[in-house]
Design a binder for this molecule. Structure first.
Ligand SMILES: Cc1cc2nc3c(=O)[nH]c(=O)nc-3n(C[C@H](O)[C@H](O)[C@H](O)COP(=O)(O)OP(=O)(O)OC[C@H]3O[C@@H](n4cnc5c(N)ncnc54)[C@H](O)[C@@H]3O)c2cc1C
Length: 398
């Protein structure tokens, strides 16, 4: 193995930072490039499910210690918009089995926790990657300011609109989901919101999630069916949002109206067709660049952390980077594809707006056995390191 191989990583989102942690851990030097002038400090909250921390721990021995930065989920409820409890999800039981917690956290704190695990990685801001050339012994990465950097591999962790994905020529078409998402963080207290509390209310073409992220902060998101055009151009206040939920429980209306309109982020829900190829030679994709998905399973960031762990795992102790990156793709794609498809399927069910499907959905959740729910949740929440190790040891990967 050559000394100090260098990874060039595009993007300083959760995916890029996690990949840098993983590759530093196996002795690589890492250069991170970001087109923005600094790390993104805005954003709301997100869940990082137990599978993400488990992947880092099991494959690379890295303890992300997210518990110190966010709130561990203790009680996860699905309720009807009338307030009726449909189900309590056994997240904590599954986390205990996995040996890693499900954490709800602000984006800022998640970023902080990842930065605290980074060593010598250099982060270069204001650098927009525009293309690369693969030479016999490495990568030449080109930026819009005319500068060129060299490395042994290139990781495109450049998000939903990845230019590296385009450069390697893999197709991934945007699919509009037909609804809007509002997201916000607010300092808020309410007797229903206990430590580690998560509630999702389901309605007709609308839902809302309210989530404790610790230290008196609450993350909430809401959705409502509307055309992609309306969702993209929507402008309104907290009062306008509250009108969408006018007959919903008091908690829902109160938290929306307690949130300053200027701190509410609006996003049109969308994913992409699954990119069939992630890897070309010494170049690969990771995170949203590789598997953009809808948010219903709360797994976008979690899967990018899993990607990073597997990338570190396959690249350790080898100097055949092309083979290792192909192996990374072969190992990751079935899992990522399954989660992307499951997120889309769940999103469709959650956004039902006609009576009969909604009744079936709500009754199905109310009467589902704990075993059925547990088995379903395990598909995403459990990270199976044995599959990774078996695949790693398989001689023929093609
Ligand atoms: C509404 C919403 C809610 C979500 N909730 C959750 C949740 O609860 N749980 C969860 O796990 N996930 C959630 N996600 C998904 C999650 O945010 C992403 O999957 C995750 O952040 C992974 O991001 P990434 O690092 O791959 O990409 P990004 O965060 O998009 O980062 C990509 C970075 O690359 C930079 N970049 C792009 N192009 C270039 C270029 N050419 N040159 C240099 N830099 C470039 C960008 O500026 C950016 O900083 C949610 C997403 C949305 C939209």
């Amino acid at each position: 193995m050559s000394k100090n191989p260098t990874a060039l990583i595009i993007g300083t989102g959760v995916g890029g930072l996690s990949a840098a942690i993983a590759l530093e851990n196996i002795g690589w030097s890492v250069q991170l490039f970001e087109k923005s002038d600094g790390l993104r400090t805005t954003g709301s909250g997100l869940s990082v499910m137990s599978n993400a921390s488990a992947a880092m721990k099991k494959l690379l021995g890295i303890d992300l210690d997210l518990k110190s930065y966010g709130a561990e989920i203790h009680n996860f409820e699905i309720r009807h918009k009338s307030g009726i409890l449909l189900k309590r999800l056994p997240m904590q039981e599954i986390s205990n089995q996995q040996g890693a917690p499900c954490i709800c956290i602000s984006r800022e704190k998640l970023q902080q926790s990842l930065l605290n695990h980074l060593g010598d990685t250099s982060m270069i801001f204001g650098k927009r990657a525009v293309g690369y050339v693969e030479t016999t012994d490495g990568i030449q990465l080109n930026f819009d300011d005319g500068t060129v950097y060299h490395g042994d591999i290139l990781v495109g962790a450049d998000g939903f609109y990845s230019s590296i994905r385009e450069s390697i020529g893999t197709e991934s078409i945007i699919q509009e989901a037909g609804y809007i998402c509002w997201l916000a963080l607010v300092k808020y207290s309410h007797p229903q919101i206990t430590q580690g509390y998560v509630v999702h209310y389901w309605g007709s073409g609308k839902r809302i999630g309210i989530i404790d992220i610790g230290n008196g902060w609450v993350y909430w998101w809401g959705t409502a069916n509307m055309s992609p055009y309306e969702a993209k151009s929507w402008q309104g206040t907290n009062k306008d949002i509250a009108e969408f939920y006018s007959s919903w429980p008091d908690l829902v209306l109160d938290i929306i109206l307690s949130t300053d309109s200027t701190s509410i982020i609006t996003v049109d829900a969308k994913d992409r067709t699954f990119p069939e190829t992630w890897t070309k030679g010494r170049v690969t994709l990771l995170g949203d660049a590789a598997h953009p998905m809808l948010t219903s399973l709360g797994q976008g960031a979690g899967l990018s952390i899993e990607d990073a762990a597997v990338l570190g795992y396959v690249l350790r102790n080898t100097d055949d980077y092309t083979e290792a990156l192909k192996r990374y793709e072969v190992i990751r794609q079935p899992r990522a594809r399954a989660i992307v498809n499951a997120s889309r399927a769940l999103s469709e069910i959650e956004q039902y707006d006609s009576l009969v499907p909604r009744l079936k959905r709500d009754m199905g959740m109310l009467f589902a056995s704990q075993k059925t729910i547990r088995d379903k949740l395990k598909e995403s929440l459990l990270f199976n390191d044995i599959i990774v190790q078996d695949n790693y040891n398989t001689k023929n990967i093609y």
